[in-house]
Design a protein around this ligand. Structure first.
Ligand code: PLP
Length: 435
């Protein structure tokens, strides 16, 4: 019996050590970290340069409370982060994880509206399905019913629009038309809610675990920005999973040339070396809130120097090794290989994603995209088979309105072409055993 608990009982072996894209349990068995944990370990495990930078910070100080000291690590990381954002997004607020980054974003947005004399604005529209975290504020935005339902009475009911699950559509629209159709759902929802009550719209530019790497048609992104501008609504991009290079750009928003008003970052930002996240906002938003008396929000560990030193060293690695470009290049190779699986396995209905945020979805019929029966537990079965063979992948059973099984294949951004081959060999063996 263990005293420790997580969501459910899930006996897994004890982790011994990590090295690059590999993890080893205490029996010496090797696993390929084919999902970077939960899309976190972007630069791989036990990177000696990051460990040395963290040790150097540890030798100086591991904690200095923000009301008592500034630290070089947090100031430097804020400056480096701001330089990687679209113009104007240059105020950085550090937190310890993704949910905290999202909470911070919506609270900043709300305080900003009040400074603008728009206290009637409080609703944050999000998408269904989506994932924005599991603290109550972030959960109110998360479009994933099983996680949220028991807590409904404890949260304000936030409006949702359908995520652009275009792969399920069977109409004759072009991609462009379909993107605009889904974006216009935002306008309709704003009108239905009353534009004067709507504060912000939050979206994952490429979906994560909730949708299995859902990418909208190109036309979607610009139209969403236009609609937000038209109604004076803040656009928040939740780049907790997509940010820090995973999709082949530092921010996924760069693929479409979009500048959101607020960005949430975490996961790959310190890549698992320390708990770290950031909320990055337009400076005029932050200045308005600070000038009006201050941001009514903050966490004890904000700007923790050890976490920030890890974040800085991770950024150094990302730049030194060209990992954003590698995510783009290896993402193309891996995606082509995953698409190739569709010839061999008729139950793979869709392959999607960008860079190294890739997924495939299992269906019982490719034409109708009918999901596999729930009782088959395909998502956990394939994950367990692959795990036993030494390949870690990430899966969920969910999808817009209907249920389905999708699998995220998201190795660290350091992955090489030979390692992509290794992943594909194990994945094919696992799929053969599953079929
Ligand atoms: N937002 C997105 C898009 C995520 O993928 C996640 C985590 O999976 C979160 C927010 C929440 O992050 P955390 O689990 O670090 O609180």
């Amino acid at each position: 019996m263990s005293n420790l608990f997580y969501q459910s009982r899930q006996p897994r072996p004890f982790l011994d050590r990590g090295e690059g894209i590999y993890l080893f349990d205490q029996s010496g068995k090797r696993y390929i970290d084919g999902s970077s944990g939960a899309m976190v370990s972007n630069i791989g495990h036990s990177n000696p340069r990051v460990l040395a930078a963290m040790k150097a910070q540890m030798d100086r100080a591991t904690f200095g409370y923000r009301l008592h000291f500034r630290t070089e690590a947090s100031e430097d990381l804020a400056a480096r982060t701001a330089a990687l954002m679209p113009a104007g997004l240059d105020r950085v607020f550090f937190v310890s994880g993704g949910s905290e980054a999202v909470e911070s974003a919506i609270k900043l947005a709300r305080q900003y509206a009040i400074t603008q004399g728009e206290a009637s604005r409080w609703k944050v529209i999000s998408r269904f399905p989506s994932y924005h975290g599991c603290t109550l504020g972030a959960l109110a935005l998360t479009g994933y019913d099983p996680l949220a339902r028991p807590f409904d009475p404890m949260m304000r009911d936030m409006p949702k629009i359908a995520a652009p699950t275009c792969y399920l559509d069977r109409d004759n629209l072009t991609d462009d038309e379909r993107g605009l159709k889904y974006a216009e759902l935002l306008r309709a929802e704003i009108e239905a809610q009353g534009p004067e009550t709507v504060l912000a719209f939050i979206m994952e530019p490429v979906g994560g675990a909730s949708t299995g790497a859902l990418v909208a048609p190109d036309s979607y992104y610009g139209r969403i920005r236009e609609i937000c501008d038209e109604y004076g609504i803040l656009l928040i991009h939740d780049e907790v999973m997509t940010g820090a290079g995973r999709t082949g750009k530092f921010l996924a928003a760069e693929h479409w040339g979009i500048a959101p008003d607020i960005v949430a970052l975490s996961k790959g930002f310190a890549a698992g070396y320390a708990p770290l996240g950031a909320m990055v906002a337009r400076h005029d938003i932050v200045d308005a809130v600070l000038d009006a008396g201050g941001f009514l929000h903050g966490f004890t560990y904000a700007g923790n120097p050890l976490a920030c030193a890890a974040g800085l060293a991770v950024l150094d690695e990302v730049e030194r090794a060209g990992l954003v470009a590698n995510a783009g290049a290896m993402g193309e190779v891996l995606k082509a290989r995953l698409i190739g699986l569709m010839e061999r396995y008729p139950f793979i209905g869709d392959v999607r994603g960008k860079g190294l945020l890739l997924a495939f979805e299992m269906v019982s019929d490719r034409d109708s995209m009918e999901p596999l029966p729930k009782g088959l537990n395909a998502h956990s079965r394939l994950v367990d088979i692959a795990y036993d063979m030494g390949l870690i992948i990430y899966s969920r059973r969910t999808r817009g309105g209907i249920e389905g099984d999708h699998f995220l294949i998201c190795p660290p951004l350091i992955v090489t072409e030979a390692q992509v081959d290794e992943i594909m060999d194990l994945l094919t063996a696992a799929l053969d055993a599953f079929a």
